[in-house]
Design a protein around this ligand. Structure first.
Ligand SMILES: [Zn+2]
Length: 128
């Protein structure tokens, strides 16, 4: 059963309301917190609690690991790469740990790339 993200005008809270697809848009949602009926649909994507749900998403979808990465922050990128490496559970090429080390020390990806000419050539990581 899907749940929908609403904002309750009565208790001024964000609440998740369970409704079947059939009921959605037909039956007025009721706030599970205060029982109020002045709920406004939130346009955002469905989420319950950030922390736990996010962790589950990450486990289910390794791609989500990159959701939090700030591409302008080399350390953030390095963390994601390490995490990915650990998840793959395979022995990673020496370049991989070298790159993450250098990212973590604050070196820019561009300068690392330039110093590692072997990496060039369509890894699909171009900027766009
Ligand atoms: Zn309420």
């Amino acid at each position: 059963m899907p749940f929908y993200d609403f904002f309750c005008a009565d208790c001024q809270k964000r609440v998740a309301v369970f409704q079947s697809y059939k009921d959605y848009g037909v039956v007025s949602p009721v706030c599970p917190d205060c029982g109020g009926k002045h709920l406004k649909r939130k346009p955002s994507r469905v989420r319950i609690a950030k922390s736990d749900e996010r962790r589950m998403e990450e486990m289910a979808d390794p791609g989500a690991l990159f959701g939090d990465v700030d591409e302008n922050d080399p350390k953030s990128v390095a963390r994601a790469m390490r995490k990915m490496g650990q998840q793959m559970g395979e022995e990673l090429p020496q370049e991989f740990s070298e790159i993450t080390d250098r990212l973590e020390s604050g070196e820019s990806p561009e300068s690392i790339e330039q110093s590692l000419p072997d990496l060039g050539g369509g890894a699909g990581a171009s900027d766009d």
